[in-house]
Ligand binder design. Structure first.
Ligand code: AMP
Length: 434
């Protein structure tokens, strides 16, 4: 039986906002979370962006604000949502506005990188919902512009990323100033020990709700790995982007510098592209996102942190120019192409040094990522190699691994049928030793 939004116990004002928004059925995380939150329970939710988790926490908060109206206390908030990045904060704020369009409530948004005056002003008379990144919130608290002793509901969104970004002490300091009597919700895509211990300190007897990546986002995405030497990655990217089927692509790099270089290179090869990362100003980031959203640029080159929480529909391809060293980042990255129930394609460029990362990723997502060999590209790349001086050892090994996996070329006679004898495994072993 399909569960509807009204089965979850939501008020008519919220139901009609959802209808206006075109939502017909709740997502699994919404079905699993909303009833507990409406009962006032604490919830520990394991789910990534793209699963509909914003509505899962925003709807019950809005319902409580609507059904238990309170006079606002100056400089305070009834609900506090902590989130790692400004983009995500802005997106959550828009979510509250959308879902709460038929409710009278105030919301305020607080994040760093911009002047604090407008934010301070928005808090003077108090607010119902405060959405904040930890650093700026703590700054404003320390200056006496915000008090947290009236917070009834706390949400920690993307807790794993918040800790990855080094916000653990800020989050703890903020938590120390909150009333003990409150409802708490923690959402995280992954549950490393650091998040488990944070949750243990903040949540009271929580309901645990898990939407595993393998059963949702990850399974719907067509994932491929392309083996390529480091030197040939830029050429391969330009080649992949020649395909007009790639209508809107996010390209991930590991470093900010790398993002800039890749974007420049793409522009040179005639593909409209821009980079976003932590060193860009807020205005530059917003501008790049806007151009990407309205289709003025085809490729957005991003680092993991900058891409966090970006909600852009219709991303046809996620391209991992470099594989992330944390498998969770891989899941976050490819999730960009499966927004709002759509399917997408994720291509990962893997060089000899990254085979170890690939193996860890495959273990985490509990599936092996098939390889994709682009013969047209390799013909060009191999011709290039012939003209260059002797290939480096890594290049040589790389070529062997790719040929073997793809069954192309002339693979050496395998000594046994065991898949553990593939060059890829041998290579990974060598790497682990080194
Ligand atoms: P989130 O995981 O909260 O970032 O949501 C991912 C996307 O799914 C957003 O674009 C939402 O607007 C959309 N969304 C959330 N809930 C639903 C729903 N029940 N039906 C359709 N789309 C939804």
């Amino acid at each position: 039986m399909t569960v509807s939004f009204s089965d979850l116990g939501l008020a008519q004002t919220l139901l009609s906002a959802l209808t206006t928004e075109g939502y017909t059925t709740p997502t699994p995380i919404q079905v699993a979370t909303i009833p507990h939150l409406l009962k006032g329970r604490d919830v520990l939710g394991i789910a990534q962006t793209g699963t509909g988790k914003t509505a899962a926490f925003a709807l019950p908060i809005l319902q409580r604000i609507a059904t238990e109206p309170r006079r606002l206390v100056p400089r305070s908030a009834r609900a506090l949502i902590l989130t790692p990045t400004r983009e995500l904060a802005a997106q959550i704020s828009t979510g509250f506005a959308t879902y709460g369009r038929n409710i009278r409530f105030k919301r305020a948004l607080v994040f760093g990188g911009v002047g604090q005056m407008p934010q301070v002003k928005s808090l003077i008379n108090g607010t119902d919902v405060l959405i904040a990144t930890p650093g700026r919130l703590l700054d404003l608290m320390n200056q006496g512009h915000v008090r947290l002793d009236f917070v009834e509901m706390l949400v920690l969104d993307e807790a794993d990323r918040m800790l990855d970004m080094g916000f653990i002490h800020d989050v703890k300091r903020i938590a120390d100033r909150l009333p003990k009597e409150r409802q708490t919700l923690l959402f995280s895509a992954t549950m490393p020990d650091s998040v488990t211990s944070l949750a243990a300190g903040l949540l009271k007897n929580p309901e645990r709700v898990e939407i595993t990546p393998t059963s949702t986002t990850v399974e719907r995405i067509d994932q491929k790995v392309m083996f390529v030497t480091r030197e040939n990655k830029r050429g391969l990217l330009a080649h992949v982007l020649k395909d007009r089927a790639v209508t809107r692509a996010i390209v991930f790099t590991r470093t900010k510098h790398g993002a800039d270089r890749v974007a420049e290179q793409l522009e040179k090869s005639g593909v409209s592209a821009q980079a976003i990362h932590g060193n860009k100003t807020q205005t530059a980031r917003q501008k790049a996102l806007e151009s990407f959203r309205n289709g003025n640029i085809r490729a957005l080159v991003a680092t993991d942190i900058a891409a966090r929480g970006i909600d852009i529909d219709g991303i046809s391809h996620v391209i991992n120019f470099e594989l992330p060293n944390e498998p969770e980042s891989y899941v976050h990255r490819i999730g960009r192409t499966a927004r709002a129930g759509a399917d997408g394609i994720a291509l990962s460029f893997c060089d000899a040094e990254e085979v170890g990362y690939l193996k860890t990723i495959e273990r985490t997502i509990r599936q092996s990522i098939p390889s994709h060999d682009d013969h047209a590209f390799h013909a060009v790349a191999i011709a290039d190699m012939r003209h260059s001086t002797r290939p480096k050892p890594a290049q040589k090994r790389q070529g062997q691994a790719a040929r073997h996996r793809n069954g192309g070329g002339k693979p050496a006679q395998p000594k046994s049928n065991s898949s553990r004898n593939t060059p890829r495994h041998a290579q990974a072993k060598r790497q682990q030793k080194g």
